[in-house]
Design a protein. Structure first.
Length: 599
């Protein structure tokens, strides 16, 4: 324990407050709803749109600005909706188009914007276009909508190139001709039931312009673009030597490491997100986004696109949010950071600076439906990073430490200027369901040898501690079993308890609004302690203690909100515990303009 407070002095401006016209997405906190697992209205154990509509007041009470809905379109659910068979309709398991309209209307009444998912890289194999393509001859217009190729080898028995699917196994599957003979191969960067579309074909481009207009006409406020870095493939579909390199890197654990920056220090901004190769981040994708930007502009300046693009380094990602392309891109470099002051400082600074070069808001995200929940990541020995799914036979996280750090990381995130994304359940402090038995896991990646899958972060939400399936479904059905301990995370068990994670999120979101942090600026405050990150956003001073030792707060700070209770000693000294973040106001002098600290 340090008896003396670390010296806190100079500030280094990183960015200035945003001026001019602000659109909602410049500063919004956007809550991701994974429809299957949010709330079930009809008792079949699968969440649905009426279930979401009935629970929208939870989101407005929480204090978010918008929700993003993962796909609810017609789909055989081979990848839980990321395999779309009809982009203009709702899958019966989720409801009807009228239910989607009702959800939009209710959300707008509550002042919530609605972002929907768009899945343009691939369709479902059940899409009428793919069925037509299978029935048509090689070279036909029907096949030109997808990526069909003849195989290599004397009889075409080898796949057209060596690409591997993100979900494991080859990225090509051979078709069978009507007469039973083996036919051409088609490309699927994901599951075999998710054939890649051919974005060199103008018909595809026209179709997606129309799909955008279809949902914009119904009133949606924006689109989250799935696999935004994958739609265009390198001309000629060349073999890629990188697969084996990536596998050996992953095996040696290098992927979880942070690359050394030019100056020799840790630079979180250079986190390798792994997606190199001729199937990713081709320059041609940007033309598509310029086109879509124009489509959205037909509906006014307040519509937005957010890119799901796992590209690095950050300047590559910034290309997706140039003024005439998308409005936002998920900041996965931040998500993949460890709970480490220097690394966080580096990735935050680089993110803000790089986005400033193109005038786009920076986004922040810690959890989503594809990654291990951050309350669990931070309780693992790695203390964060984009870790592999955890199973019952793996080393289990320290749940208490994970939640403590998760709250601290969230409070740090919500202090940052720009827009932030929350994933359903994180406001309850929900951990990953790491002990899900192997035989109930459903992620398609498992069958393809892609590991344990992502089910652990997709388990249905607990709403009521004492109700069947914790209030997820009136019948007690749940498509994935909920761990018994989810009862103590239930919303009704937390409401009104000032120490609960839920009430903590509410307070943080309200203050983020009150102090206009989303449109604020960022300055670093030098703290003479290696584990403590100090920053100022407007009047607010933020100290994130990533170490395990408590630190004494310097005088002149008035605590506003902390991720865990502060320790007050008899002599009046206040301590910020380890693995905790504090929001405070300066009671002497001005933060961010003048040196700050023991005057
Ligand atoms: C990214 C989505 O977030 C993920 O859930 C999905 O499996 C892939 N894209 C394929 O659509």
């Amino acid at each position: 324990m340090s008896a003396t407070a670390p010296a806190i002095c100079t500030t280094h401006p990183v960015s200035v407050p945003r001026t001019g016209t602000l659109q909602w997405w410049h500063t919004a906190v956007i809550y991701q709803v994974y429809p299957r697992s949010f709330a079930d209205s009809n008792g079949d154990g699968l969440g649905d749109l009426p279930g979401i509509t009935a629970r929208l007041s939870h989101l407005s009470r929480l204090g978010v600005d918008a929700l993003w809905l993962s796909p609810f379109y017609t789909s055989p659910q081979a990848d839980h909706g990321y395999d779309v068979a009809d982009y203009r309709d709702v899958d019966p398991i989720f409801g009807t188009l009228a239910d989607a309209d009702a959800l939009l209307e209710r959300a707008h009444q509550l002042g919530l914007r609605v972002v929907v998912d768009l899945v343009p890289n691939h369709t479902s194999d059940a899409h009428v276009w793919f069925q037509q393509a299978l029935a048509a001859a090689p070279g036909s217009p029907e096949r030109e909508r997808y990526m069909f190729r003849d195989g290599r080898g004397e009889a075409g028995e080898l796949p057209p190139n060596n690409w591997e699917s993100v979900f494991g196994g080859p990225a090509w599957t051979r078709t069978t001709n009507a007469d039973g003979t083996p036919g051409q191969w088609y490309l699927h960067i994901f599951d075999v039931r998710q054939p890649d579309l051919n974005w060199a074909n103008e018909e595809i481009r026209q179709e997606f312009r129309d799909v955008l207009r279809f949902w914009l006409d119904r009133g949606v406020d924006g689109f989250r673009v799935d696999v935004a870095h994958g739609m265009v493939k390198e001309e000629g579909l060349p073999d890629w030597a990188g697969h084996s390199a990536m596998i050996s890197e992953a095996e040696s654990g290098e992927h979880d490491e942070v690359a050394e920056s030019d100056d020799g220090g840790d630079d979180g901004a250079d986190v390798d997100l792994g997606n190199a190769g001729p199937m990713w981040n081709q320059p041609g994708v940007h033309e598509i986004y310029r086109d879509w930007h124009a489509v959205l502009a037909e509906y006014g300046a307040d519509k937005m696109l957010v890119a799901e693009a796992w590209v690095s380094p950050l300047p590559e990602l910034a290309k997706y949010v140039r003024p005439d392309e998308m409005q936002q891109a998920f900041n996965f470099a931040f998500l993949a950071s460890h709970w480490h002051a220097d690394e966080l400082r580096s990735v935050i600074e680089h993110s803000v600076q790089v986005n400033d070069t193109v005038g786009a808001p920076t986004t922040w995200v810690l959890s989503n439906h594809d990654v291990v929940r951050h309350a669990t990541r931070f309780g693992l020995p790695s203390a964060g990073g984009n870790v592999e799914p955890v199973g019952p036979d793996d080393l289990q996280p320290d749940v208490e430490l994970g939640l403590r750090r998760a709250r601290a990381a969230t409070l740090l995130m919500l202090a940052l200027p720009g827009s932030a994304y929350l994933y359903q359940g994180e406001e309850l402090g929900l951990p990953e369901a790491t002990r899900l038995p192997f035989d109930v896991r459903q992620d398609p990646t498992i069958a393809r040898g892609g590991g344990l899958g992502r089910d652990g972060c997709r388990v249905p939400l607990p709403w009521e501690a004492d109700a069947p399936s914790f209030g997820f479904s009136a019948t007690g059905e749940s498509w994935l079993p909920q761990p018994q301990e989810y009862g103590r995370y239930a919303l009704d068990a937390q409401k009104g308890d000032p120490a609960s994670t839920y009430e903590f999120y509410r307070r943080a979101l309200r203050m983020r609004r009150d102090y206009a942090l989303g449109s604020g600026g960022l300055a670093w405050i030098d703290v003479d302690h290696p584990d403590v990150l100090g920053l100022a956003n407007g009047e607010l001073v933020v100290l994130a203690n990533t170490g395990s030792e408590q630190i004494r707060l310097p005088e002149g700070l008035e605590p506003l909100l902390s991720s865990i209770q502060l320790d007050q000693h008899g002599d009046g000294a206040i301590f910020l515990p380890g693995d905790a973040t504090l929001w405070a106001l300066r009671t002497r002098g001005e933060v961010g303009r003048k040196p700050f600290g023991p005057d």
